[in-house]
Write a protein that binds this ligand. Structure first.
Ligand SMILES: [Fe+2]
Ligand SMILES: [Fe+2]
Length: 174
């Protein structure tokens, strides 16, 4: 049986309870790989919309490039390998599309916001990304939900760790 509480007993326990609550929240915040990747898609789409109207495009372009690189690395190093045995053809096709997006992005970064071709190149990038995202969210991700099940949590954790490593290593600097 616990000894009766003294008035001072509650105080030292408070930080412990806070820590435990924080831990549980952190656990609950873990996202599935597909959820994380969908969130990335939204971030990239939002950045493109911002870029269309921004006067100063430099910082936004750097952020867009970083986001796309982190995202494609997450898919190619972690998510696609797990999906190969279920739909190798679509994984191969997706990697080709990443290369196309990468090329358009390289062209875009070589232009300044004032260049008359900038708007055209940005639309080209938007279209390529929209088509690619539609295929992933419409076909590949549902296939992943169906086949990978609980593994998606673990893959989500791996993606978060990879992103932290890539960002910390400065390899994403434009
Ligand atoms: Fe992709
Ligand atoms: Fe994607």
């Amino acid at each position: 049986m616990n000894p009766p509480l003294q008035s001072g007993d509650c105080f030292p326990r408070a930080p412990f309870r806070t820590m435990r609550t924080g831990f549980r929240n952190e656990r609950r915040d873990l996202m599935k790989a597909t959820e994380l990747l969908i969130e990335d898609h939204k971030t990239v789409k939002d950045l493109i919309q911002e870029l269309k109207s921004a006067k100063d495009k430099g910082d936004l372009l750097v952020r867009l490039e970083n986001e796309i690189q982190l995202h494609t690395q997450s898919e190619e190093q972690i998510f696609y390998p797990a999906m190969r045995e279920y739909d190798n053809e679509l994984v191969e096709h997706s990697i080709e599309e990443h290369q196309q997006v990468d090329q358009i992005l390289t062209d875009l970064v070589g232009l300044t916001g004032k260049d008359k071709n900038f708007k055209k190149k940005l639309s080209e990038l938007e279209k390529a990304l929209d088509d690619h995202i539609e295929e992933e969210e419409g076909t590949l991700f549902p296939e992943a939900e169906e086949n990978l099940g609980d593994q998606l949590d673990r893959l989500g954790e791996q993606i978060e760790n990879l992103k932290k490593d890539l960002s910390a290593g400065g390899r994403m600097a434009a």
